[in-house]
Design a protein around this ligand. Structure first.
Ligand code: NI
Length: 136
């Protein structure tokens, strides 16, 4: 069943979109929007399945009860995609832990989000690189 929804666009973007609709031979805007949505979804799926190498950086206070154990436990849940972990004692309280991960983008992001979301983590980030190859 077809569903309708309305979209708000500024004039310039709409003018460019109409040009795109004409240039690509679409009969109307709806056809073009459908195609663009499909392409976006396929691309997202491709990105999630693509092979990446990621670096997860965490800064946390090791005095925080249970935190060190939770970090280790989570890393063990993903042991098959973790290449290495480096721990640096920054000062009396703070630790820097860098985890290098290699695997499917979706899995790498899952692990990074889990680590960064742990209570007591002061700073966390994920950097991903890809050679553009597809894992499956
Ligand atoms: Ni430390």
């Amino acid at each position: 069943m077809l569903q309708r929804f309305s979209v708000s666009l500024d004039e310039d973007l709409l003018a460019r979109f109409d040009e795109y609709v004409r240039d690509n031979g679409y009969g109307n805007r709806s056809e073009a929007v459908r195609d663009l949505i499909r392409k976006g979804l396929v691309r997202q799926e491709w990105e999630r399945n693509s092979q990446v190498i990621g670096v997860v950086t965490l800064v946390y206070d090791h005095h925080r009860p249970q935190l060190q154990e939770r970090v280790t436990e989570l890393q063990h849940n993903y042991y098959n995609i973790i290449t290495s972990t480096t721990h640096v004692h920054m000062d009396h309280h703070n630790c820097l832990e860098v985890t290098i991960v290699k695997g499917r983008a979706a899995e790498v992001q899952e692990l990074a989000q889990g680590l960064i979301a742990l209570r007591g983590v002061k700073d966390g980030s994920l950097t991903m690189s890809s050679t553009g190859g597809k894992l499956r």
